[in-house]
Design a protein around this ligand. Structure first.
Ligand SMILES: Cc1cc2nc3c(=O)[nH]c(=O)nc-3n(C[C@H](O)[C@H](O)[C@H](O)COP(=O)(O)OP(=O)(O)OC[C@H]3O[C@@H](n4cnc5c(N)ncnc54)[C@H](O)[C@@H]3O)c2cc1C
Length: 394
């Protein structure tokens, strides 16, 4: 079998790696590998801290993927010979004031009812464990199971292990014949045929002609990378999340000393860095970790998260030759082991009995069919059958 994966973000790359480990010949096509949302991501692996009201279908997926992470990371580190910046330091979720503490208490109940191990401790107890916390922090939820990884290192490792199987080009459309996808056409007119095409182009899936229209939305976010001066290093030994006047903020402390402060959430369609957003992040982070203002900013990045209407990924078959794997929204780094394994199972026709019950139904693109306007079919944008021109390469 030859598979083409469109998109070299963490989802496309990890799916390609998974397929290759099963003996599938795989080509990944992307003009700028690993420069999309995966380049911005902080890399929190936070199935408990990401529990929010109204998203119960996500909880078992996040937990299952977090369980797969240690093996996923160990195998990738061993095969690539790279350090992935994996940290099992526990996460602290801190309340900026008493009102935020009341919200945290309620959220903690929800996290407990979803089966996660979380404990509420006093601000003074948290400061004993993490001395950089501000005196105003009024309480803190400790989450031992929420960890982190460096997504830039993960995608670099995946690119290394996939090597020459990455084609630096943009896909303009799917090729179809006899009712199924049979390959892709690149913007320079080159065609590549395949038995299976996996569309993992993040928020840009709908720009590829022939891909059934997916209900994707772009949720932009700024993230700031910083480094503490030597006199303060290490500034933090935990991942710190905060609630400040009901606004969430986080600082991920990497093993190499990098601090990642994020992230704004906006749906204004602007791809530039928003000054107000950066200002708010620094101001809110200062309320939790005052010394953040003594750090050096090394990078500010803004990217769009590929969101779905229910914030659950969209993974499934759209025709006998095509699958989609997108819509990972705020959780694509955490969900990569689960999403890539599930997508590879579907491509190979394998069972996914390892996944939590109901996973395929929860992520399947057909869950949106009832919401389509009359006359709009799932395959509305499918193009006419294309003859394979002579000279097309595999
Ligand atoms: C600020 C921010 C912070 C985040 N923090 C976290 C976090 O802490 N934890 C977490 O789990 N998740 C986090 N996320 C979410 C996570 O980054 C995304 O869910 C994940 O990166 C999505 O991966 P992807 O591979 O689907 O998309 P992308 O990484 O966007 O990759 C898509 C790829 O497709 C390529 N492409 C597009 N069109 C075409 C085409 N026509 N032909 C070929 N290639 C194409 C692009 O070049 C790109 O490389 C964060 C996101 C943001 C923006």
């Amino acid at each position: 079998m030859h598979a083409i994966v469109i998109g070299a973000g963490i989802i496309g790359l990890s799916t390609a790696w998974n397929l290759r480990r099963r003996g599938v010949r795989v080509s990944v096509v992307d003009p700028d590998p690993a420069t999309g949302a995966s380049h911005a991501a902080a890399g929190m692996l936070a199935p408990a801290a990401e529990v929010v009201w109204g998203q119960s279908p996500l909880y078992p997926l996040m937990r299952a993927s977090a369980d797969l992470y240690p093996d996923f990371a160990a195998d990738l580190a061993a095969e690539s010979g790279r350090d992935l910046g994996y940290s099992s330091a526990e996460t602290f979720v801190c309340a900026g004031d008493r009102a935020d503490l009341a919200s945290l208490r309620e959220l903690t109940e929800l996290q407990r009812s979803a089966g996660f191990d979380v404990s509420l401790i006093a601000g003074s107890a948290a400061r004993n464990l993490e001395p950089s916390l501000a005196p105003g922090v009024s309480g803190c939820v400790t989450i031992p199971g929420d960890h982190s990884i460096d997504p830039r290192r993960v995608t670099a490792a995946l690119i290394d292990v996939l090597g020459v199987d990455i084609v630096r080009a943009r896909v303009s459309r799917l090729l179809s014949g006899q009712g199924r996808t049979v390959g892709v056409e690149l913007t320079d007119g080159t065609t590549i045929s395949a038995d299976q095409v996996i569309v993992a182009a993040g928020g840009a899936c709908n720009e590829i002609a022939g891909v059934p229209t997916l209900p994707l939305r772009e949720v932009w976010g700024e993230v700031i990378r910083l480094r503490a001066p030597e006199s303060l290093a290490p500034l933090l030994t935990h991942t710190i999340r905060g609630l400040v006047n009901a606004r969430p903020v986080y600082i991920v402390a990497r093993p190499d000393g990098e601090l990642v402060l994020g992230a704004t959430i906006r749906e204004d369609g602007n791809s530039g860095i928003n000054a107000g957003g950066v200002h708010r992040l620094l101001r809110d982070a200062e309320r939790i970790i005052p010394a953040i203002l003594d750090c050096e900013i090394t990078d500010i990045t803004t990217r769009a998260r590929p969101g779905s209407p229910d914030d659950v990924p969209i993974i499934g078959r759209t025709d006998p030759g095509c699958l989609v794997a997108t819509g990972f929204f705020r959780h694509g780094i955490l969900l990569a082991p689960l999403g890539s394994r599930l997508t590879a199972d579907l491509a190979c026709g394998s069972e996914s009995s390892w996944a939590p019950a109901g996973t395929l139904a929860a992520v399947g693109p057909e869950r949106f069919d009832a919401q389509r306007p009359p006359g709009c079919t799932q395959h509305a944008q499918r193009t006419e059958p294309i003859q394979q021109p002579a000279g097309s390469h595999p």
